[in-house]
Design a binder for this molecule. Sequence first.
Ligand SMILES: [Fe+2]
Ligand SMILES: [Fe+2]
Length: 136
Amino acid sequence: MALFKWDDSLTFHIGNIDRQHQQLIQTITKLEKAMRKGESRAVMSEIFNELNVFLTEHFQTEENLFDSIPYPDAANHKEKHRDFIRKVDRFMQEFEEEKIGLAVDVMNFMCDWVVNHIKSVDRGYADIIARRQTEG
Ligand SMILES: [Fe+2]
Ligand SMILES: [Fe+2]
């Protein structure tokens, strides 16, 4: 997998959202590097748990933020978060039960999901907030 590089198209300049998004991508990258280096399951599992914690924190921060503004896509957006958390939980569980090693396609899926979600779905509330700021 080509490591994903953060670029300005992903930056919203809203509170700590950018920092959290970067943290998510960094953690996925860290997991991917650990996998390629053949780190132990304990190390992998620690990073995986970290990712889960950051995801939960971030989704909560984001949902609190968009619930505070008129945002018509809120319910649908929350459902997308829940769905991704369920998938990541399942990947983690399968990894812990040693049914699977951490497959490259799982890594790719998680990285692509986060990047595409920021670019398309998160962009929606970010644009509304930006518009409200310029309208004062
Ligand atoms: Fe987000
Ligand atoms: Fe989101």
